[in-house]
Design a binder for this molecule. Structure first.
Ligand SMILES: [Zn+2]
Ligand SMILES: [Zn+2]
Length: 361
């Protein structure tokens, strides 16, 4: 019998979220609680109304950009703090700027809660760092063997080619992507010499938070600022426009005249998902680990016990069990808002839909 299961669990699933009974705090709670450790600022993980927040220094600006003036204590990556006898530290998750895995240690026993993570290099955030532990809590958003991401160099070559071809034809290239994380990763990866980089009003505040945090991004202009100058359609020709998925099919799009559109998400690996989005192109791009990435990350922790949260929990749990790991599922309310799920009708009826922060112009 694994040693971990002989002791009371350091983290349990409660109605308000993942809870550490010894330390009396929550990790990414989906209801307000007195004390919350926040892995990252996506809205299914960082809710409003908590009494106290603990998060990374690297993610402070994006977290405040989204939640405003919160009672926030920050830690550098790897810096320990002790609370109620629990040693807590935060380690890079490679998901978005400031994202962290939460490491908890009590009496020599170590649990790590991953939040969301990816293992591919991403110039806009610190790379995923495997943390040795007895028990690992992993996400499973893309926890099926079919999900395998191509190298970033290939992905950006495809996006650049698409943009360059459209620009040569005098068309605007509109790329729908989540405003926080995905948009900044695209900006940092595309060839900015092809044409102007324009962004929807939901994207620019996050760009500003990234720049203020020291992340290098190419210059961007808000589409609304160009419109204010009274420009006609020719002002947009050849541009790459980044906009949240909610802008698709809206009147906001009319200003671009002749445009090509595309969607960037891990779900674009599925042909049906692209069709439902009604876009010409799909770029397979995710800020979550693919199947090989999940298995690699789990293996690197050395954990004998694994809890699987949001996503393909059943498949991943079964795979781990078949490979000798004591694996279980935690029911959580984390979603895949940052991927723009193409199949909301497939979600369980009782699953709460995370609030979206990408509306507006
Ligand atoms: Zn996330
Ligand atoms: Zn999430």
């Amino acid at each position: 019998m694994p040693i971990a299961s002989a002791r009371p669990p350091l983290i349990v699933a409660r109605p308000k979220g993942l809870y550490c009974p010894v330390g009396d705090f929550y990790i990414d709670p989906w209801r307000p609680v007195p004390r919350a450790v926040i892995t990252h600022a996506h809205s299914d993980h960082a809710g409003i109304g908590n009494g106290h927040y603990l998060a990374t220094t690297a993610g402070e600006r994006v977290l405040r950009q989204r939640l405003g003036d919160i009672p926030l204590q920050t830690l550098d990556y790897g810096e320990p703090v002790t609370h109620n006898g629990v040693t807590i530290s935060l380690h890079p998750a490679g998901h978005v700027l400031g994202s962290a895995q939460v490491r908890i240690e009590v009496g020599g026993e170590v649990w790590v809660a991953s939040g969301d993570y990816k293992v591919e290099p991403d110039p806009t955030c610190a790379p995923f760092e495997p943390v040795r532990c007895d028990t690992f809590i992993t996400e499973s958003t893309f926890g099926l063997p079919v999900y395998r991401w191509q190298p970033a160099s290939e992905l950006f070559a495809e996006i650049n080619h698409w943009w360059r071809t459209n620009a040569a034809a005098g068309r605007v290239s509109v790329l729908f992507c989540y405003a926080f994380g995905k948009a900044q990763r695209i900006l940092s990866g595309v060839d900015a010499s092809i044409g102007p980089l324009l962004v929807h009003g939901a994207v620019e505040p996050l760009n500003a938070a990234y720049r203020d945090s020291g992340v290098m991004l190419p210059d961007t202009q808000r589409v609304a600022d160009i419109a204010l100058r009274g420009a006609d359609k020719s002002a947009y020709a050849g541009a790459l426009v980044l906009a949240p998925p909610s802008a698709s099919g809206s009147t906001w799009m009319r200003r671009f005249g002749d445009y090509a559109d595309a969607f960037a998400s891990g779900w674009m690996l599925l042909r049906g998902a692209r069709r439902r989005r009604g876009v010409e192109r799909g770029f397979v791009m995710s800020d979550h680990a693919d199947w090989p990435g999940l298995l690699w990350a789990i293996g690197e922790t050395g954990a004998q016990q694994v809890y699987v949260t949001h996503g393909q929990t059943g498949v991943l749990t079964r795979w781990l069990t078949e490979h000798g790991i004591d694996a279980h599922t935690f029911r959580t309310q984390y979603g895949d808002e940052d991927e723009g799920s193409p199949v909301p009708e497939a979600a369980p009826a009782n699953q709460q839909v995370a609030p979206r922060h990408e509306a507006g112009t």
